[in-house]
Design a protein around this ligand. Sequence first.
Ligand code: SF4
Length: 276
Amino acid sequence: MTRINEITCRSILNRSGIPGVDYGINPYVGCMHKCQYCYAVFMKKFTGHTEPWGDFVDVKINAPSVLERQLKKLKKKSDILFGTVCDAYQPLEKRYRITRQCLEKLIGHPHAVSILTKSPLVLEDLDLLRKLRDVEVGFTIVTLDEKVRRVFEPGTLPPERRFHTINVMSCNNIPTWIFVAPVLPYFSDQTAMLRKLMIKARNAGTRYILFDTLNPYPRVWRNVTRLVKKHFPRALPSFREYEKDADRYGAALMKKISAIGLEERVSCKFAFGCGG
Ligand code: SF4
C-alpha cells in the first residue's frame, strides 16, 4: 500500500543536468509505477524515505502557485521536462491534478514543454496540450511482453495502452516519441521485439524512438539482476555479457537497431555510446 503525504515545495522548476533540458518539473516525489529499474530511487536519500520505492509518494500540493511565481522570473525561452524523477501521470494525478494545474500555468508562455510518461492518463489533459505553443510527449516502452512488464513495471498499465495513447495524440497533432530505456538485455534487444516495436511505433504515428542502455547504478543493477535470477534465469547470461563489456554491447546494439530502423523506416536515436 502506498503511503501518501501532502507536502509543500519552495521550488518546482528545477535546473536539470539532462542534455537538452533546462528545467525539470516533478509534481510528486516517488512513483506508484514502481519500476524495478528506476534510477530515481536515489531520491529516497534526499527525502529521508525508508519505504521501498513505489510505497510512498509525496504530493507537492503548492506546485502550481510556485510554478506561476517562478515562470514570471524566467525571461529566456526554456526547455522544460515533466517527470525527470517521477511520472507526472502516475495514478495519483487522477486525484490531485497537480500536473494539470502546472500545465495550465504554462499556457501563454513560450517555453518548450516535454512530458515523459508511461500512462494513458495524459490523455485527460489533451485540451491543455493543444493550447501549449511547443509541446511533445514521450512514452517509455521497455517491453511488449506482459510477463516481463509485470515483473519490472508492476504499477503500470500494459504497453498496448501506451500505443493507443500515442495514436490518439498523433490524431490530435501532438508530437510523440518513444523512449526505450533501459534496454533490458535479452528482453528489449531481440530483433523480433525491436521490429515489432518499430512497426507499432510507425503505425501509431510517433516521430522517433530514443534508446538508452541500463544504468549500471549498483543499487539498480543488483535489484534488476535479482529479479532476472528469480523470474527469468535463462536471461541471466545476457545480463552478464552486458556487464562484462557494456561498450561492445552498446556498439552491437546500435548497429542492430539502426539496421532495423532503416528497414522499417523509423527514425532511431541513441542516448548511449557515440550515437548522440
Ligand atoms: S515511471 Fe519512471 S519515475 Fe516512475 S518508477 Fe517508473 S521509471 Fe521510475
